[in-house]
Write a protein that binds this ligand. Sequence first.
Ligand SMILES: N[C@@H](CCC(=O)N[C@@H](CS)C(=O)NCC(=O)O)C(=O)O
Length: 216
Amino acid sequence: MSSLVVYGAAYSVYVRIVRLVLEEKQADYLLEPVDIFADEGVPAGYLERHPFGKIPAIAHDGFRLYETVAITQYLDEVLPGPALMPDAPQARARVRQSIAVLDSYGYRPFVWDLFVERVRKPQEGGTSDAAVIAAGIEKSRKCLKALADLRDGDAFFFGDRPSLADCHAYPMLRYMQLAPEGAALLEEAGWPLRFLEAMDRRPSVAATRSPLEPQD
Ligand SMILES: N[C@@H](CCC(=O)N[C@@H](CS)C(=O)NCC(=O)O)C(=O)O
């Protein structure tokens, strides 16, 4: 039996992306806690797994890998279960393009400028910066429009079942939804609500719920 360890924390967007892929593949894995935001800093030894001190990293039968896009494509190729990449080269390119757009233009405004600034900062005793949120709204709107232009599915990004693009988008859009300004943008765009509803019905989402989401 193969061994698969994910190093990271359940609150992390990028760790959840990897775990969504694993759950969609119905793979067995162990989540080994690594808290890179600990007061003492990145845990001793973890830099051997990830020289930049970020999460996630994985070990699969001793094969070490970091960087989420490399991890998810590797897992999709080596694990049994439904393929999370389409067959056609142009469709595969669209999946990769959507992921690159999410990483390059979505993650910062969706997660940091809206969710962290509006929700997490006050929870931790800080004060939200209205200018950061205002700029985040504009950047998020632009990114949601770009993603809308790439998608060809109704609920899922491509076709009628999840792909790596859906696993990549869900944790970012879910956090964004928890900020009122984020929820309003998702409603304005329309498609993200259908996407989130479809993903919310999947066992993979229930199995990877973030401790930072409302617990009901
Ligand atoms: N390029 C990395 C990004 C991973 C990343 O940013 N992870 C966040 C947690 S969601 C992190 O480790 N942040 C710690 C830091 O930036 O110091 C990947 O794709 O895996």
